[in-house]
Design a protein around this ligand. Structure first.
Ligand SMILES: Nc1ncnc2c1ncn2[C@@H]1O[C@H](COP(=O)(O)OP(=O)(O)OP(=O)(O)O)[C@@H](O)[C@H]1O
Ligand SMILES: [Mg+2]
Length: 460
């Protein structure tokens, strides 16, 4: 696409002078005699740059500049000021003009100024674009995993984030349900609005109702003024209903109504209130069973379960155990200023044999304690409760079979599976695989070699 230039000047002679110069350079030039005309043009189509006189009848150049900076920040604006009015140029630069020229100007001078403004603008847009790309790529930066089951969860988050579908996140305690809910919110178009969380299991029925829906002044003793509830607080954002299975039946009816009609009443109120809210619910109980035994409304269950996301327990994705342990280690060693940056085989074996009833949260706490108490570069042993059975007791879990192998072989196998999946996803393209894995290329090739993988074999 060729370059295009919007020229705004009330002097016909300057307009035709500029048109000649830039048309000769291959620009498409659109001349306007007022800022108002300029606004119409720029609202219609894109320009590589704008050249604008500061002193104009009607809307002046500075007001125009301010409008463009706000609505089309990607378009650089060069201002034209009359000789002897340098203060106008200074004001324009303060308001974000890319550059300025003073009348009278030579053809070469204005060419250079405009070209430089466009190039700088392109560079800046490129930086913005790259930053956006990095955010997208690292959108799951805080959810660490190398397990295929969790990759499917990431895929799901990406797919549903931009919709308003209700999501039901299930999984045992500590598997990362709230993290997933936040990730959906912060990857969605609602990310600038609030993410509001409420734990339905921690409040009595009366409190829960006034927390969710708010109350009017005088609704009950102590309601000295109107208070808005979490639904209103989450307007245009996301409401996270944690432990939704604990919601008492009368509240289930009210929740169903909001989900269906987007309407509710504050406690003690008669006026319906509307809020634009996306709901994500979570539970660590088998909601379908509660429906079966009549403790959870079936209609509400279907309303909530539009998009189900299930987080497997840690013992069913043992390849995540060393990964998460290393991730938490690097976090806590910085926080506590410890030198530890590796685990002994013994510590790794302990981790892999343990059942982790508290899942990732428990692992996080165990590592925190381990790092805090560590002496020296290697964490030799972890302080794990004895009463929970070893992973090998869980006959049904994949972890059981996995840890039956000698530890080194098992880890090697995990790593091999990880790198194979990674390279497959990128069709053997190492550059892209490295970008996703975020590890130095030296380490990458060393690990590939160690597990006996050749990226060339995974191409195509
Ligand atoms: N994949 C992961 N990567 C990094 N941190 C994780 C991951 N999964 C969970 N965590 C961490 O573990 C802790 C528990 O996660 P979270 O609160 O999301 O779990 P939960 O499923 O909501 O638990 P509960 O049912 O007990 O409320 C948090 O500190 C979270 O940061
Ligand atoms: Mg939680």
């Amino acid at each position: 696409m060729g370059r295009s230039l919007l020229v705004i000047d009330d002097e016909a002679i300057t307009r035709s002078h500029l048109r000649l110069i830039f048309q000769a350079d291959g620009y498409e030039v659109v001349p306007c005699e007022s800022a108002e005309d300029g606004l119409r043009e720029i609202a219609e189509r894109g320009f590589s740059a704008v050249l604008c006189d500061v002193k104009l009848a009607g809307m002046d150049g500075l007001a125009f500049l301010t409008w463009v900076r706000e609505h089309h920040p990607e378009v650089p604006v060069v201002t034209i000021t009359a000789f002897g009015t340098i203060e106008n140029a200074v004001a324009a630069m303060r308001q974000g003009a890319a550059d300025y020229v003073t009348k009278p100007f030579g053809a070469d001078e204005i060419r250079i100024v405009v070209e430089r403004a466009i190039e700088r603008g392109e560079l800046k847009n490129e930086v913005v674009r790259l930053r956006g790309e990095i955010e997208r790529r690292y959108a799951f930066g805080s959810i660490v995993s190398r397990s295929p089951a969790m990759f499917r969860v990431f895929e799901m988050i990406r797919t549903v984030a931009d919709t308003d579908s209700t999501v039901l996140v299930t999984g045992e305690t500590g598997t990362g349900k709230e993290m997933v809910a936040r990730s959906i919110h912060f990857n969605s178009l609602r990310k600038a609005a609030p993410f509001v969380a409420i734990n339905c299991g921690a409040l009595t029925e009366t409190l829960l109702e006034s927390e969710l829906f708010g109350h009017e002044k005088g609704a009950f003793t102590g309601a000295v003024r109107r208070k808005e509830g979490r639904f209103e607080a989450a307007h245009r954002g996301t409401l996270f209903l944690d432990e939704v299975a604990c919601m008492p039946p009368p509240m289930q009816v009210k929740l169903l109504r909001v989900l269906q009609d987007g309407e509710f009443e504050r406690v003690g109120g008669t006026q319906p209130v509307r809020a634009d809210v996306r709901v994500i619910a979570a539970t660590n109980q088998a909601l379908a069973d509660l429906v079966g035994s009549g403790r959870f409304r079936e209609d509400l269950y279907y309303r909530l379960n539009v998009v189900p996301i299930y987080l497997p327990p840690l013992r069913e994705r043992p390849e995540d155990i060393p990964t998460l342990a290393l991730y938490f280690l690097s976090h806590y060693r910085k926080q506590f200023g410890r030198e530890a940056d590796a685990y002994s085989d013994r510590a790794l074996e302990q981790m892999l044999r343990y059942r982790w009833p508290g899942n990732v949260r428990e692992l996080k706490h165990v590592i925190e304690r381990g790092v805090l108490l560590s002496r020296g570069p290697v964490i030799d042993a972890l302080d794990l409760p004895k009463e929970a059975g070893p992973i090998a007791d869980a006959a049904d879990s994949r972890g059981a079979a996995a840890t039956a192998q000698p530890l080194r072989e098992y880890l090697r196998d995990c790593e091999r599976r990880y790198y194979t999946a990674l390279l497959r996803r990128h069709e053997g393209n190492v550059t892209r695989a490295l970008a996703e894995a975020r590890i130095p290329s030296k380490t990458f090739y060393r690990r590939l070699h160690a597990v006996g993988l050749d990226p060339r074999l995974l191409r195509g």
